[in-house]
Design a protein around this ligand. Structure first.
Ligand SMILES: Nc1nc2c(ncn2[C@@H]2O[C@H](COP(=O)(O)OP(=O)(O)OP(=O)(O)O)[C@@H](O)[C@H]2O)c(=O)[nH]1
Length: 603
């Protein structure tokens, strides 16, 4: 699009905590600039995945190009790049920020700064973005923009003298925001004469066109028909489609430094063109890639097993398809003595895991048993080998290992003061190390802890929410591996060890966890015709045992006389209940039992 000089381009994103109004504001900007006609305005244009819409969260980032005539009479091109709002995707956030020169920091004026806002603002400041604070929802009677401005200045140290008061819902402040984008956000540097370097900030798989890549041209020019080279993956492709997002895809012949667009080049899987990779030209390669590329490594693993063994191949096909569109999803076949054939799958975090599970069940109609999430442990063996163990049942025996290390995260929580005690207690119970506490305005506090990731991936988030009645927010990032006295806890049902229930726990917590686990399983596993013993053990030492008493009567005995339809109904009801069961030896174990560790009463 040769007609736009770089000086009249503005690339920006919106940083906001979940529910503070990012999508609503994006919609208003698209409407105000006439990019989307009011009548075709689908609510929340940018969040177009069904799952996202249902959950009300933004997972995939996208972009929109708007034409705007500013007060100075000049035509500007404003590229809005959407950022995902969840910690699991913080790497993608950081890449989309690098593609911008500025950011709108949207804070709900009736709430205040939240942990997620903080994490993203710090990322934006690190990338030297110009930040424009926007106080949203000023139409609400409870809004207190002045207080929240004070909070932003105090916590983030950001000058808020130019903060804009807005209501995305009522359309207040929208023109001021557009003017501020033009006036305050710097144009992209004019590096059109340099060799092509374009940053991939998103991609998705299209079954007809292959992978569609979203990128920002940082230097040089890219044209339709160019042969491109991806500097991290080393792959080469020919561009057969090039365009801009206005916000639907519109083809163009070329894009220059500073512009944002998409391309299609018969790329087979998103893993070949990953977020963060640099696109250059095959015939005139740039000397070095853009900085900051990192592979998004899975941090959380779980086992997925089809309830019906015949669905194993279907599950494999479904995972293969999902992988085309999700470079961060990992999986490999796993055989479990208790569960049969399935897959060990790796995810960026818990939300990512839930999304994949839901898609497998919903879009591919699979009935799965999913085992409790595990982190990746580092084991140093006596022979000096370094092993990464993502499946507790594979932990080398104590005789072979020198030490175990586990991943730690720094967790930042923001909470009303009333709940500080309760959240500190939760963090201590989860082996947290207190780092810092700061008072904010209006009785709000930030708490910083270092915690083992394993303690966070269980139900930490839910606990934090319930202990703070939903008011606290949190963010975490990985800070590295640390050694701890960890042991493997085995669970035996009816005398057989169930590998899928094995877990790695801290020595000091092993007894409590073992006892709580045995009690929980007793509650969750239905009664059988025979007595079912449940035991928890460390090595050969049994540390807790329970048993499920045998059923005394046949269920059908309850049916009076020979009423066939009632009998059928009862059997159907039972069959339904069985749907989510896996036979472990002769015992039927329900799905909930494999997640029992997430619901232990040990908080
Ligand atoms: N009263 C009022 N409500 C608003 C305003 N802006 C957004 N909302 C409402 O706040 C809720 C969240 O808005 P969204 O735009 O979906 O928030 P979001 O930040 O995009 O949320 P995620 O996509 O989950 O990150 C919705 O119910 C909106 O209708 C506003 O200015 N005033």
């Amino acid at each position: 699009m040769t007609d736009v000089p770089a000086v009249r381009i503005r690339n920006f994103c919106i940083i906001a905590h979940i529910d503070h109004g990012k999508s609503t504001l994006a919609d208003r900007l698209l409407q105000a600039t006439g990019t989307v006609e009011d009548r075709q305005m689908k609510e929340q244009f940018l969040d177009n995945m069904d799952l996202e819409r249902e959950r009300g969260i933004t997972i995939k980032l996208q972009a929109a190009r708007m034409n705007y005539t500013a007060k100075d009479g000049q035509q500007y091109v404003l590229n809005l790049i959407d950022t995902p709002g969840h910690v699991d995707f913080s790497y993608e956030v950081s890449r989309s920020l690098v593609a911008c020169e500025g950011a709108l920091l949207v804070v709900d004026a009736s709430q205040g700064v939240e942990a997620q806002t903080l994490a993203n603002v710090y990322l934006a400041l690190e990338s030297n973005l110009e930040i424009i604070p926007v106080l949203n929802k000023i139409d609400l009677p409870g809004s207190e923009p002045e207080r929240v401005i004070g909070e932003i200045e105090e916590i983030i140290g950001l000058d808020c003298s130019g903060a804009i008061l807005a209501s995305a819902k009522e359309g207040i402040g929208i023109n001021e925001i557009l003017e501020a984008v033009v006036e305050r956000i710097p144009p992209p540097p004019n590096t059109i004469n340099e060799r092509l370097r374009a940053l991939i900030f998103d991609s998705y798989y299209d079954s007809y066109r292959g992978v569609i890549v979203y990128f920002r041209v940082m230097d040089g020019t890219v044209k339709k028909g160019d042969r491109i080279h991806l500097m991290a993956s080393g792959k080469e492709f020919e561009i057969d489609e090039l365009g801009v997002l206005s916000p639907t895809q519109k083809q163009v012949d070329e894009l220059h430094a500073g512009e944002v667009g998409y391309l299609g080049a018969a790329i087979k899987a998103v893993a070949d063109a990953r977020v963060g990779d640099t696109i250059t030209l095959s015939k005139a390669k740039a000397e070095s890639p853009l900085p900051g590329y990192a592979e998004a490594n899975p941090m959380v693993f779980c086992g997925m097993f089809p309830i019906d063994a015949d669905q194993f191949e279907d599950l494999r096909e479904a995972l293969e398809k999902l992988e085309l569109n999700d470079a961060a999803l990992h999986y490999e076949p796993e055989t479990s003595s208790a569960m049969g054939f399935g897959f060990r799958c790796g995810f960026l975090g818990l939300l990512h895991m839930e999304i994949v599970q839901e898609r497998l069940e919903r879009e591919y109609n699979l009935d799965l048993i999913i085992t409790a999430p595990s982190v990746v442990y580092k084991v140093i063996t006596l022979k000096g080998e370094e092993l990464y163990i993502d499946n507790p049942s594979r932990l080398p025996s104590p005789n072979d290992r020198e030490r175990i290390e586990e991943p730690y995260v720094q967790v930042e929580m923001i909470t009303p003061e009333t709940y500080v005690g309760s959240l500190m207690e939760l963090s201590q119970n989860r082996r947290g190390i207190f780092k810092d506490m700061k008072y904010l305005t209006q009785g709000r506090t930030t708490l910083t802890y270092e915690l083992p990731l394993a303690e966070v991936v269980t139900d930490f988030f839910d606990q934090m929410k319930s202990r703070s009645r939903g008011y606290a927010s949190m963010e975490y990032h990985i800070i590295g591996y640390r050694e701890n006295p960890l042991v493997k806890l085995d669970i035996m049902i009816n005398g057989d060890p169930v590998d899928s229930l094995a877990m790695i726990v801290h020595r000091d917590k092993a007894y409590n966890v073992g006892r709580a686990m045995a009690e929980k399983l007793k509650e969750l596993i239905p009664r059988h015709q025979f007595k079912v013993p449940i035991q928890a053990s460390i090595g050969s030492k049994v540390i807790a045992s329970e048993h499920i008493p045998a059923l005394r009567k046949d269920v059908l005995a309850k049916c009076y006389g020979g009423d066939i339809s009632r009998k059928k109904k009862l059997l159907q009801k039972q069959a339904k209940g069985k749907k989510r069961m896996k036979s472990v030896g002769t015992v039927d174990v329900p799905q909930e039992a494999f997640m029992a560790v997430l619901r232990l009463d040990q908080n």
